[in-house]
Write a protein that binds this ligand. Structure first.
Ligand code: ZN
Length: 172
């Protein structure tokens, strides 16, 4: 079942989400719903606070090149255990900040540890778009948005656009 995505500014997007200690059926369902919501949007990543659940869960699938097999991942308590000195700049967007894009520079490779939907501890290295997306989604769990990396002028301009968008949506 699809869930509504919160649009910035929203106080829930600024909160630190709580660690998950066991994988219940409700949480497995949440992960499934988030993947459905993400693919439908369409997007390549989504964090639980974006659907109003303040728990440490992210979903992603950055396999979007032609001919590449889909790789839906759901990560509970994802944690970056190591990051490369080498940096990478990507033009980022966010399903909570529709149609706004900006360059963000982050470590090019990250080693991530997480708990999967079966409760197993996993660890893997990610590069390219996967690395950027994972850092963006994990930021959401700490109440941080990609626009927080921009200068105050640009951030305020985007926020004003979102306030206007929400006002228009409320009227529709
Ligand atoms: Zn986002």
């Amino acid at each position: 079942m699809k869930r509504p995505i919160l649009i910035h500014p929203d106080p829930r997007l600024k909160k630190v989400s709580a660690a998950v200690d066991d994988i219940t059926d409700a949480r497995r369902q949440l992960a499934e719903d988030m993947l459905e919501t993400m693919y439908d949007a369409p997007g390549i990543g989504l964090a639980a606070p974006q659907v109003g659940v303040l728990e440490r869960l992210v979903v992603l699938d950055c396999a979007k090149r032609e001919g590449e097999e889909p790789r839906p991942l759901a990560m509970f308590n994802p944690e970056i255990v190591a990051a490369s000195d080498e940096l990478n700049t990507y033009e980022e967007g966010c399903l909570s900040i529709p149609e706004q894009f900006a360059d963000v520079t982050r470590p090019a490779e990250v080693q991530v540890r997480w708990m999967d939907v079966d409760g197993a501890l996993r660890e893997e290295g990610f590069g390219g778009l996967w690395a950027t997306c994972l850092q963006h989604e994990i930021d959401h769990l700490n109440g941080k948005l990609f626009i927080d990396y921009l200068g105050p002028m640009k951030r305020q301009m985007i926020t004003r656009r979102m306030v206007k968008l929400k006002r228009e949506q409320a009227r529709a």
